[in-house]
Ligand binder design. Structure first.
Ligand SMILES: *Cc1c(COP(=O)(O)O)cnc(C)c1O
Length: 373
């Protein structure tokens, strides 16, 4: 049996090696390493795939979030709502810009921000909501967009784990993760569902003015060369990464299907195991399974250690909610304030999930795990 890994980028590469190698070589041959034509080509192909007006490639997903908040023109003291059960980047950029993160609890079944909690967190200072489509399933965007409209708030989607996930509104129309709010952000970190071979990210928007502002901010605040109208940043997707992504985008649907197939295998194998809860789907959004995350009833850490003994890696995403992180200590929050998130941090366990899991590995993982329960 092939060694089981959380993510198997090597096997994925080997299947498309000739194309990837040729695409990288072409960048080297043309030496257009930054802002080359391949970056524009990838941008346009991704716009087409997502059905969004503007894709602005940037250096990574964290930059994408930061630039998005900068483009909204938020001022220090403005409040931004973000779930406390997420990867740190979502809140980090709020803090870096001197904005005030307002944390909310999540829904136990979907791991995404609780709509009730969002509504309760709104104050006159609230300016934006950052829904995080955690583990690959969209947050309840219809409700979030309705709340945002009612209170005149901007919505910046953190779709770093959810590219390709499709959300269906109650009137039947569909939209891609990251393309529903005012702005959407994604990451092309290697282990993400559409990953490059280094760092990368992108911002999505259907708003022409925001797109213009985002492009200016990502490029040192300049529109005309060497004339700086704004304080900006330097954030670019380099050509080698764009070349890799342009090839891999052709396989994104296949990659999503492979993840969903592995998830379905896990679901079926674990049906009836009352000591673990498999990830819920809630119908409005497809799930692209960036992670397949169980909730363990019992000793989660012992189960993780026992799996490791059997050469099965399993990871805890995430062990500590934002409000209990040292750097984010805040007199507004204390342990016990967000019961669902705190409980999830103590019981979640993500199993190996990637595009290259084969049946032999899946049988071994599920049989071993069941024998340990
Ligand atoms: C990966 C990730 C980010 C940050 O992306 P980078 O490219 O690593 O900067 C932000 N938010 C979430 C939810 C992520 O998973």
């Amino acid at each position: 049996m092939k060694k089981i890994q959380m993510v198997d980028l090597k096997s994925q590469y080997e299947k498309i090696k000739p194309q990837i190698d040729a695409a990288i070589q072409q960048v080297i041959d043309t030496t257009a390493f930054v802002k080359g034509p391949i970056t524009t080509e990838f941008q346009q192909n991704l716009e087409k795939y997502l059905g969004v007006k503007h894709v602005i490639p940037v250096g990574n997903g964290t930059d994408a979030l930061q630039i998005s908040l900068m483009a909204l023109g938020l001022k220090p003291g403005d409040e931004v709502i973000v779930p406390t059960f997420t990867f740190i980047a979502s809140a980090e950029v709020i803090a870096l810009l001197g904005l005030t993160p307002v944390l909310v609890d999540v829904d136990e079944d979907t791991f995404n921000a609780s709509i009730d909690a969002i509504e309760k967190a709104i104050t006159p200072k609230t300016k934006a909501i950052i829904p995080v489509h955690l583990f690959g399933q969209c947050a309840d965007m219809e409700s979030i967009l309705n709340i945002a409209k009612k209170h005149n708030l901007a919505v910046v989607e953190d779709a770093c784990q959810a590219i390709g996930s499709v959300y269906t509104f109650s009137d039947g129309h569909k939209a891609q993760a990251g393309c529903m709010g005012n702005i959407g952000c994604t990451s092309f970190f290697p282990s993400k569902n559409l990953g490059c071979y280094g760092d990368g990210g992108a911002i999505f928007t259907n708003d022409d003015e925001l797109a213009e502002q985002i492009r200016i901010i990502a490029n040192h605040g300049m529109k005309v060369r060497y004339y700086h109208d704004l304080v900006g940043v330097n954030s670019r997707l380099d050509s080698i990464q764009a070349a890799v992504l342009n090839e891999k985008l052709k396989y994104l649907d296949e990659y999503i299907a492979a993840r969903q197939k592995a998830a379905a295998f896990y679901d079926k194998a674990f049906a009836g195991c009352d000591k673990i809860k498999t990830p819920a789907r809630y119908g409005k959004s497809t799930h692209v399974f960036h992670q397949y995350t169980l909730q363990v009833k019992g000793d989660r850490n012992a189960l993780q250690a026992a799996l490791k003994e059997k050469n099965i890696p399993a990871m805890i995403y995430y062990p500590v909610p934002l409000h209990l992180q040292k750097a984010y200590k805040d007199e507004r929050y204390k342990s016990g304030d967000f019961v669902v998130s705190e409980k999830l941090c103590s019981c979640v366990l993500s199993l190996p999930m990637h595009t290259e899991l084969d049946e032999e590995q899946l049988v071994y993982i599920t049989e071993t795990l069941k024998s340990l329960l």
